[in-house]
Design a protein around this ligand. Structure first.
Ligand code: HEC
Length: 129
């Protein structure tokens, strides 16, 4: 009897430790962190954003300072539709934007409406429109 009681207490202590570990895990990568970069399922909007009318300008302002001639990432240039298409950069660009990794924290932030336009255009397959 006594030994069973000890076993139960040991079990409880282990359970409490597990709960503490779980709570720590939640605090480190739980809802707070997710809010800074909310998950979103990308969709191709209708009408599709136009590269000529708006997307090209967004990329030029927020990406090309680095991803263009003379920039720190000039070996991965986004300066023209041709650059992006020839090297199949659309997928990597979309992933970096969805993960909130680009533009980097020390660069001017991409406003949410412009980010949505750019992600939408990339999701449409980066058309030359
Ligand atoms: C301040 C400079 C800077 C700006 C602005 C910038 N980038 Fe970058 N980018 C970098 C650097 C440096 C790297 C390579 C190192 C790295 O991956 O962090 C990079 C890497 C990337 C990569 C490749 C990442 C990989 O590992 O596959 C993509 C895609 C990318 N950037 C997209 C973008 C897009 C889209 C924009 C504009 C919205 C942008 N970047 C704006 C500096 C910049």
């Amino acid at each position: 009897m006594r030994s069973r009681g000890t076993a139960a207490r040991l079990g409880l202590a282990r359970l409490q430790r597990l709960v503490v570990v779980a709570a720590l895990g939640l605090a480190a990568c739980g809802p707070g962190a997710a809010q800074d970069c909310p998950f979103q399922t990308p969709v191709c909007p209708d009408p599709q954003p136009s590269y000529t009318d708006e997307v090209g300008a967004i990329i030029n302002v927020y990406c090309v300072a680095c991803h263009g001639p003379g920039g720190q990432e000039s070996t991965m240039p986004f300066a023209s539709w041709q650059d992006i298409t020839t090297h199949s950069y659309a997928g990597p660009m979309q992933r970096q934007l969805l993960a909130c990794l680009m533009p980097p924290p020390d660069a001017p932030p991409l406003p949410p409406d412009k980010k949505a336009t750019l992600i939408g255009w990339l999701t449409c397959g980066a058309p030359n429109n």
